[in-house]
Design a protein around this ligand. Sequence first.
Ligand code: ACO
Length: 370
Amino acid sequence: MSIYAHITGWGTAIPEKILTNEEISTMVDTNPEWIVERTGIRTRHIAAPEDTSATLGAAASLKALEMANVPPSAVDLVITATSSPAYVFPATASLIQDSIGATNAGAFDLSAACTGFIFALNMATQLIRSGQIKTAVVVGAETLSRYVDWTDRGTCILFGDGAGAFVLQASSVQGGVISSVMRSDGSGGDLLSVPASGSAMPATAKTIEQGMHFIKMNGREVFRFATRVMARASEEAIEKAEWRLDQVEIIIPHQANKRIIEAAARGLKLPIEKFAINVDKYGNTSTASIPIAAVEMVENGRLKKNDKTVLVGFGAGLTWGAVTVIWKEPFPADKSVNIDFYQFLARIRSFLLRVARRIEGLIWGRKAPK
Ligand code: ACO
């Protein structure tokens, strides 16, 4: 019997603060019309100081679990795709796992820049389809505003903060993630990077002074690469699924630049109406952009039960990829799960575990051999 990985819950976390093109125009030498014409972006959301990719990711995950009616304790795996992790380590996924109370789950981060959500969705799908796990939470979470050089007009106009999460569950009913394409070309790594603070260039006073801990991008080259790969990856995924292009109801692309999406539409010879576009509101939220767009398409009725859809992304690495999905609804449940209660329990559990570790440390600290 074949096992399928269905998307049965979804949620987003969008920071309240909105940064407009008009506001950015007071910070760098640009103007709102240029930004809209060259990118399609009008506003982006900026995380509150107390928020991180982990807090936004946890908020989106809880909404997704509530919709799927899945208690956090039933989650087997949390994968977080992020380009702006809360820390180098621990993994942002582990922070989310603790915060949502997924006490029986493994957790890891996946780094593939903006393509990360596609790769993470595929990883979770393969683990479900091979029978190793039953339930996964796949998160795309970003606070890229912390990595943006707010004096660089070439990049600061582009990025925004936010998170999106899907719950994936095993089922014998055909549907969910059907096929995938995953690609990388590391020879283009220097086109889009954060040069400092990794092991190649540890953070020093000098790297900070030179702004090497900020995003550096060759926009023109990334643009050319993106327009090449979006259509091709979509076609490959559709072919692998043994679908025809005309069966696809809607394509949900990574939201980096409206002109890149328009180029993909031309490449596929599809009307632009076939594409989800919300880059105007959120800017480029990297790994979060595809789940945020998908949730918005469900909410406005453009993505419905049994629709065939393609999720397609590209990003630093260089990386690119696509998945085909037959969209379903949450599985029917006997009773509804009270996520607030589970989260309350998770907080107490986490607190008690920290206290217990402290006490254990004190006892063992005294007993430890010299
Ligand atoms: N306002 C006004 N002028 C600007 C601005 C700005 N904000 N930014 C650049 N310019 C100027 C440039 O200096 C240049 O001037 P010059 O000709 O005198 O040198 C001119 O505008 C044209 O510059 P280009 O870089 O050719 O502008 P382009 O039309 O390519 O638009 C942009 C720039 C929007 C960055 C575009 O290249 C783009 O979207 N690239 C893709 C970026 C992307 O998708 N990145 C994310 C990848 S996903 C991930 O992994 C995070």
